[in-house]
Design a protein around this ligand. Structure first.
Ligand SMILES: O=c1ccn([C@@H]2O[C@H](COP(=O)(O)OP(=O)(O)O[C@H]3O[C@@H](CO)[C@H](O)[C@H]3O)[C@@H](O)[C@H]2O)c(=O)[nH]1
Ligand SMILES: [Mn+2]
Length: 393
């Protein structure tokens, strides 16, 4: 509290401590005392946005009790649960949710031989949920992700923030130093070209994680106790020409704009690699978004990631990816898609061709992956026939 000798200052009334901590918390990035919000703290939004235009896709090998904490935010929405592993196992879903559930038998029945492109025993299986959905938007979340608290202690409605991110344009062609210009209380800064201020449609909203960060196995092994306690109150557009490591645990996207490129690859059972499903999808998605002039955002919302998977098991799944990616990234950085690739499907088929041509020398796996990318598009188009004037084309 300030006390001044001069008479021009009237002594400021001392602020109660909790008011000071609120002011501090609201104006700086704060190191947070970590625990997830409680179910009661998560209050249902007045009007759930995009209620009939968004599906929530959850890959799982567990019971879905985590949904209890999300109930206020998720209950109005339709869930697509992709059950991985043993199809004879029963996955318990808390009552009151509207959902469809697919296990491996269902996937094989629906896709027939094309089911070979859907991974087994890896969270990559989630992309089947993107394919069977009929909605414009998808939000996908892991079953060990809970409601986070922001620095003020308020429960974060991650779905609401993703929707906000997706409904606002992105700015990939020129970096706005005040972050998201479309956010309340922000705007384009001086020197930002007016010709670019309309922005472009946002295809992807990539959220982050408090508590257990999405580290690779070597980092997890070196820093087993590290927890992410930093809540950075920002949403950024990832600039055009820049790749990023897309994590699938807290991710939303516009299915009409970029859905066919959200293939999570061949991972898990019978494959030489795992835990690169979301990374592969993210690299494919970003080069196609850059080509088609679409935006990718990262930052808010946070979820509270509760479970650290076993770093030794993860190392075994990831290790080939750790050295392959030193060749994969330069490949994606040099990808050029022809002008006549005007749809996501055309871009993706062209990308599959280049994967087979240029990455098979790294490992024969990429030849198989290139074929699986084509199978994925065929299966996608079979389940989602292009519509012309409201009729199947
Ligand atoms: O064989 C499996 C294993 C898991 N799942 C489901 O997938 C998600 C993520 O699983 P989990 O939280 O156990 O693993 P993480 O290491 O935290 O996952 C991170 O790595 C990425 C793997 O690609 C993932 O997107 C990241 O979050 C859970 O819902 C499991 O139930 C599965 O379906 N099959
Ligand atoms: Mn997890």
């Amino acid at each position: 509290m300030y006390s001044h000798s001069s008479s021009i200052y009237t002594p400021i009334q001392p602020l109660p401590f909790n008011r000071i901590s609120q002011i501090v918390a609201s104006s700086f990035q704060v190191i947070m005392v970590l625990e997830p919000a409680t179910a009661t703290q998560a209050a249902a939004p007045a009007m759930p946005q995009l209620k009939d235009e968004l599906d929530i896709v959850i890959p799982t090998i567990r019971n879905l009790d985590f949904l209890e904490m999300w109930r206020p935010f998720f209950q109005p929405y339709h869930l697509i649960i992709v059950q991985d592993g043993d199809p004879s196992k029963t996955i318990k879903v808390p009552p009151g949710f509207d959902y469809e559930l697919y296990n491996r038998n269902d996937i094989n029945k629906i896709l027939g031989p094309k089911a070979s492109c859907i991974s087994f025993k890896d969270s990559a299986c989630r992309c089947f949920g993107y394919m069977v959905s009929k909605k414009k938007y998808i939000f996908t979340i892991d079953d060990d992700c809970f409601v986070a608290k922001d620095p003020s202690g308020k429960a974060v409605n991650a779905l609401e923030q993703h929707i906000k991110n997706l409904l606002c344009p992105s700015t990939p062609f020129f970096f706005n130093t005040l972050y998201d210009p479309f956010r309340d209380g922000a705007d384009f800064v001086r020197g930002y070209p007016f010709s670019l201020r309309e922005g472009v449609p946002t295809a992807v909203s990539h959220g982050l994680w408090l508590n257990i960060p999405d580290y690779d196995a070597p980092t997890q092994l070196v820093k087993p106790l590290e927890r992410n306690t930093r809540f950075v109150d920002a949403v950024l557009t990832i600039p055009k020409g820049t790749l990023f490591p897309m994590c699938g645990m807290n991710l939303a996207f516009d299915r009409d704009l970029i859905g066919p490129a959200m293939y999570f690859g061949l991972m898990g059972d019978g494959q030489p690699i795992g835990r690169y499903d979301d990374m592969w999808a993210g690299w494919c998605v970003k080069v196609i978004c850059d080509h088609l002039g679409l935006g990718v955002k990262t930052g808010l919302p946070y979820i509270y990631h509760s479970k650290a998977s076993n770093p030794f098991v993860n190392l075994r799944k990831e290790y080939k990816g750790i050295f392959w990616q030193e060749e994969i990234i330069p490949f994606f950085q040099q990808v050029v898609l022809p002008k006549d690739c005007t749809t996501v499907q055309k871009c993706y088929i062209e990308l599959a061709k280049q994967v087979k041509e240029k990455l098979s020398k790294v490992d024969p796996y990429f030849d198989k992956l290139g074929d699986a990318m084509v199978t994925w598009i065929k299966a996608w188009d079979e389940l989602n026939p292009p519509v012309l004037n409201g009729k199947a084309a």
